[in-house]
Structure formats: structure tokens, C-alpha cells
Design a binder for this molecule. Structure first.
Ligand code: KG4
Ligand code: ZN
Length: 332
């Protein structure tokens, strides 16, 4: 079964063709990052306009790269939420029109569930049940994944998402947007033990996160230590990054213990951070827990993960009609 996936929830327009929910035939991503970079964050109206300009050529390109035509497609999957409403509307309306015109089933995919499904595109995917962390610019959610489509939210951030903290700290330090890759690169030259930043919520008996206190602690440190010579920025980046990694890893291992899971799968933009992957893998290995993570091409927003989740939904007859709309937030 060939599914055409479409993603437009934030600042990437993407289309992909995926076979049977697991084999990527093509995956095309058009990033708007350079446009938004000068504003230091995503400008929603600009994002919608840019999606509108490129959605059609991106879909055409994805079909061509897969070596198929629309006649070969068995179903359409498009992100329905959460995300920016104007941006979502472009991809979802496009998908609705295509599904209607071609009389194809349409899956309205939850973007966060799709990030988890990026793990099933691995050659060796995690076996159910497993613990999953979706960690991006908008979310830091821990799930217990019991089976296909069976996601139970265990905890989430109470304020900033981890990726958002990376972006905000990078901005304070005058680094480029998006901040995650810039902080990770700078941190490689620093000592993570030199400056100890706070680890929020670790003492709490739950799986929630809070990163705004850490962000404020970095701001305070920068204000009180204006002398940024002697490699200090690298130590700040390394200390901040390790504080985030420590909290994420500790909570993930606690969640795995709590639900008796021997696999952890991380997904979303921040899972591109290889210092995080290595630290988590090392700590998990001490408890005989295996860590799964997507290749860099599937960490950020993409449409292959949307098609992977959409395939499951279409298989289970969870399809949308023309009257269904997009949503900006998920109600848990
Ligand atoms: O999943 P994603 O592409 O878009 C959202 O749905 O938010 O995630 C983007 C986020 C940004 O906050 C970015 O700074 C962060 O992922 N990110 C990273 C790294 N690469 C991207 N954070 C830490 N380290 C990285 N290497
Ligand atoms: Zn995302």
C-alpha cells in the first residue's frame, strides 16, 4: 500500500511516499529556516504563504522521486495538528482536495504521534511496548507506547519545550537560529562540569519537565559574568546542554523502569543532538535498556513519518471527511 504523506505544521513543507508504513520510497523537505532566521523564530503568516508557494511542486517531486504517479497512490496522510493553524490549513486542505478528487482515503495525522512513528521507519525498529520522548521546539512529551497507535501520555513540559530552551539560550548568547545545532557545536569545545546549571523537577515523583528556570539561570549567569573570554561561552553552552540532557535522560529511564520497558525511542528535532543520544544510550545501557533514535533526516519535521502514521490509520479505517478541520493544540 503506497501512502502519500504531506506535512506543513510549522516551517517545513514536506511530501513523501511510503510503502506499507515502513519503506521510504521518497521524502522531500523544503525548509523555510533561512527565511525565519532573521526574525529569530517562525513568523506564522510568512510560513503559511511559503507553504502555499511550494506545496504543489514538493508533492510532484516526491511522486517523481518515488517513481510513481498519483494513479499508484492508495491513500493520503496529512498533518492535522498540532501546529500553526494557517500553516496546517495549507497542507491539510491540499490533501483533502486531492483525496476528494481521486476518491482516496485521507488520514488526518497527529504530528506528535507521527514523530514517534519515525522510529518504525528504522531498519531495526523498537519492539512494543516502549517509552518514547517527542522532543522538539514545541513539545517535550513522554509516552508509553503499548502498540501501533496506542500512545499514553505520561508527562510533558509545564513551560518551555526543550528545543525552545535551546533556541532561547542561543539567542541570549548571540548564536544563530535554530539554536539547537549552534549550542551543540559550541558545547563540543566546552567542559559540561565547569558551570553547574539547575536540573528542574528531578526530585518530583512524575514525568513532567520545566525548562524556564534553567533558561533564567543561564540568563542570570550571562548577566553576572559579562567577561566571556577564556572559552566561557563554550562552557556555558556545554553546562546548559548537559542540564537538559541530564533531566531528559533521568526522566526517560524512570519512565522505562515504571512501565517495565526495555526500549526507549526518542524523536523530534532535539533527538538530532548526538551528545544527548550518546549520553542517554550510555546511561540506559547500564540498565540493559536499548535506545532507538531516527537518522538526522527524520529527526526534524518530514512527511515520511506522517505517511507512516497515516498508513496505520487508514489500515484501521480512521479516516477524515471533507468537514474535518485542523487543530492547533492537542487535548489530552
Ligand atoms: O521537530 P522540529 O524540527 O520542529 C518542531 O516541531 O518544533 O524541532 C525543532 C527544534 C528546534 O528547537 C531546534 O533548536 C531543535 O529542534 N534542534 C536541536 C538540534 N537540532 C535541532 N536541539 C538540540 N540539538 C540539536 N542538534
Ligand atoms: Zn515536529
Amino acid at each position: 500500500m503506497l501512502i502519500l504523506g504531506i506535512e506543513s505544521s510549522c516551517d517545513e513543507t514536506a511530501a513523501a511516499v511510503v510503502e506499507d508504513g515502513v519503506r521510504i520510497r521518497s521524502s522531500v523537505v523544503a525548509s523555510q529556516v533561512s527565511t525565519h532566521a532573521i526574525y529569530g523564530g517562525v513568523v506564522p503568516e510568512l510560513a503559511s504563504r511559503m507553504h502555499l508557494e511550494v506545496i504543489d511542486p514538493i508533492v510532484v517531486q516526491a511522486l517523481a522521486q518515488a517513481g510513481v504517479s498519483l494513479d499508484d497512490i492508495d491513500g493520503i496522510a496529512a498533518t492535522r495538528g498540532p501546529g500553526l493553524i494557517g500553516a496546517l490549513l495549507v497542507g491539510f486542505s491540499y490533501a483533502k482536495a486531492l483525496a476528494w478528487a481521486r476518491n482516496l482515503p485521507l488520514a488526518g495525522v497527529n504530528h506528535l504521534e507521527a514523530h514517534i512513528c519515525s522510529l518504525q521507519l528504522l531498519d531495526n525498529p523498537p519492539r512494543f511496548p516502549f517509552i518514547s520522548l517527542v522532543v522538539s521546539g514545541g513539545h517535550t512529551n513522554i509516552y508509553h507506547v503499548k502498540g501501533p497507535g496506542a500512545f499514553t501520555l505520561m508527562g510533558q513540559t509545564r513551560d518551555d519545550a526543550a528545543g525552545e530552551a535551546f533556541d532561547k539560550v542561543a539567542k541570549m548568547m548571540g548564536l544563530s537560529y535554530p539554536g539547537g545545532p549552534a549550542i551543540e557545536a559550541l558545547a563540543k569545545k566546552g567542559d559540561p562540569e565547569k558551570i553547574k546549571f539547575p536540573r528542574s523537577m528531578l526530585g518530583k515523583d512524575n514525568f513532567d519537565f520545566s525548562f524556564s528556570g534553567l533558561k533564567s539561570a543561564v540568563a542570570r549567569h550571562l548577566h553576572e559574568n559579562p567577561d566571556m573570554s577564556e572559552n566561557r561561552p563554550a562552557h556555558v553552552a556545554a553546562g546548559f546542554q548537559m542540564a537538559v540532557i541530564d533531566v531528559l535522560s533521568t526522566k526517560l529511564l524512570a519512565a522505562a523502569r515504571d512501565r517495565n520497558c526495555s526500549s526507549i525511542g526518542i524523536a523530534g528535532g532535539v533527538s538530532a543532538n548526538r551528545t544527548f543520544v550518546n549520553t542517554l544510550s550510555e546511561r540506559a545501557g547500564q540498565h540493559q535498556i536499548k535506545v532507538f533514535y531516527p537518522p538526522l533526516s527524520l529527526c526534524g519535521d518530514n512527511a515520511a513519518m506522517i505517511a507512516a502514521r497515516g498508513w496505520e490509520m487508514i489500515r484501521d479505517n480512521q479516516v477524515c471527511g471533507l468537514g474535518d478541520d485542523v487543530y492547533s493544540r492537542v487535548k489530552f
